[in-house]
Design a protein around this ligand. Sequence first.
Ligand SMILES: Nc1ncnc2c1ncn2[C@@H]1O[C@H](COP(=O)(O)OP(=O)(O)O)[C@@H](O)[C@H]1O
Ligand SMILES: [Mg+2]
Length: 255
Amino acid sequence: MRTTIDERGDGRALPGRLIAVEGVDGSGKSTQIALLYKWLRGQGRKVFFSEWNSSELVRGATKRGKRGQLLTPTTFSLIHATDFADRYERQILPMLRAGFLVLCDRYAFTSFARDQARGCDFNWLTQIYGFAYKPDITFFFHVPVDAALVRLVKARSEPNWFEAGMDLELDPDPRESFMIFQSRITANYLRMVDEYGLVRVDAMRPIIWQQEFLRGYVTRFIDLEGFEVATEYITQDVYGLIPPEPPVPKKAKRR
Ligand SMILES: Nc1ncnc2c1ncn2[C@@H]1O[C@H](COP(=O)(O)OP(=O)(O)O)[C@@H](O)[C@H]1O
Ligand SMILES: [Mg+2]
């Protein structure tokens, strides 16, 4: 893996801070990051959210590839890497440069854990994502795979084709396949905990307990005072005049 993702060198220090959540499907990542985002927004912090697999640029190709089951482990991985690179260069990095707290629902570690479970080489994967900074904090939501499956099924029926790793032909039963595939992913995440300093969260705990843990951790390791939105209330314009009242919209004519 290239050094840019390993540690932020002194000369490259960015004013923003990067927080990511990782874990298998159904581990509770999106629930927790959404609550963290609202909490930070509520305090008036400069905060930006970015989600895995959401780039407009590659959406069409990803959809077509997935729907037609045209993707191999390599192209599956590369298409997600393109999605990430697009969001990284056009959103994440500019927002870090602009001094925002950037929250990411999944980051490169998703690919390291999941695409490796599809048979991609770990070193190849880390090189592909070598352009990306290592997040300041990465929470890893650790949950037994059977519990994640129960949550997913309860929330929205069966796991989908790729969540279950059906492309790998591990088992004809999607639930069985999910268990095998997501157990592999969990093992890969656990192997990365020390190397990348992932912060393991006991994702079996109640939502509120986990959220308090996240808030406490973020407060401790990031100086949030530096992320206050600077709002200037304009009471006078440059000539010292009181600005005019905003125009009142005209009532629509009745026909
Ligand atoms: N700590 C928790 N205990 C029980 N259910 C949870 C917990 N956290 C999340 N859930 C539920 O599990 C489901 C999946 O959560 P979600 O946040 O979407 O997971 P992910 O984003 O990791 O796939 C949702 O229905 C959510 O309400
Ligand atoms: Mg989610």
